[in-house]
Ligand binder design. Structure first.
Ligand code: SAH
Length: 233
């Protein structure tokens, strides 16, 4: 997976060189100035974000803004998160190579792709079918074969595949959804923006047996998690 990005510049001649990526320099610059310079220290996260072509997840009209330091609209009133927020949440999640990760709020699929680089398997749930279809198509085109995108209400998780080593919610919840806590494996980590509809904090929950240890990170603003254990639609 991603071989054509990893091997860039190492072709023996013009014929077997991988197709050039016009955004490669911008992406490297994003990682240095927006992530490494702001205390993203996890090398696996930095490497993943160096390799995933963020522009491929952004509608054509906005593609030239793909590597800027802010969220971008992706249609349906939804957004792809700011690169720094993707990096911070991924770092807090402490994903290991053998992990099965559950993501709630596929959106464009960009965060899904970053998780795919770090985990064995990613199950991602999106409530808007058109976004889920588009994300699944992009992920397939990028040969991201360890991702599965499902349509549904992710606020209640996905019991049939549980438990998960890590759960990432990329929409804002009024409180950490109980079903998601329940679906965490022992030593599993869950990261979720929690607060009002307008302003949240990133909350991380770590499961130790039947104990759940919570800590709080930065303030953030996400679109609402709409569903049974989220906000009413
Ligand atoms: N991680 C995404 C950005 C997510 S924006 C990216 O990288 O592009 C939040 C997404 O959560 C939106 O697409 C929204 O439709 C979705 N969402 C909101 N409530 C949901 C729910 N209950 N279940 C699944 N998806 C939900």
């Amino acid at each position: 997976m991603w071989g054509r990005f990893r091997d860039r510049g190492q072709g023996h001649n013009d014929h077997d060189a991988p197709p050039s990526d016009p955004y490669e320099a911008e992406r490297a610059n994003m990682v240095e100035t927006q992530l490494a310079a702001r205390h993203i220290r996890d090398e696996r996260v930095l490497d993943a974000m160096c390799r995933v072509p963020r522009h491929a997840f952004i509608p054509e009209a906005n593609r030239d803004h793909a590597y800027e330091d802010h969220p971008i609209e992706i249609g349906g009133g939804q957004t792809i998160s700011q690169p720094y927020m993707v990096a911070l949440m991924t770092q807090l999640l402490q994903v290991k190579p053998n992990d099965h990760v559950l993501e709630i709020g596929t959106g464009s699929g960009y965060q899904t792709a970053v998780l795919c680089m770090l985990a064995r398997r990613v199950t991602s749930i999106e409530r808007i079918a058109s976004l889920a279809d588009k994300a699944a198509t992009t992920l397939r085109a990028l040969e991201c074969h360890n991702a599965e995108v499902r349509v549904g209400d992710g606020s209640i998780g996905c019991y049939e595949e549980a438990p998960y080593n890590a759960i990432l919610v990329t929409a804002a919840a009024p409180s950490v959804p109980a079903a998601l806590r329940d679906q965490l494996a022992d030593h599993g980590r869950l990261v979720c923006p929690v607060g009002s509809r307008d302003l949240q904090h990133l909350v991380r929950v770590v499961r130790r047996g039947n104990e759940f240890v919570e800590d709080e990170s930065v303030k953030c603003v996400f679109v609402p998690l709409i569903g049974e254990d989220g906000w009413p639609g």
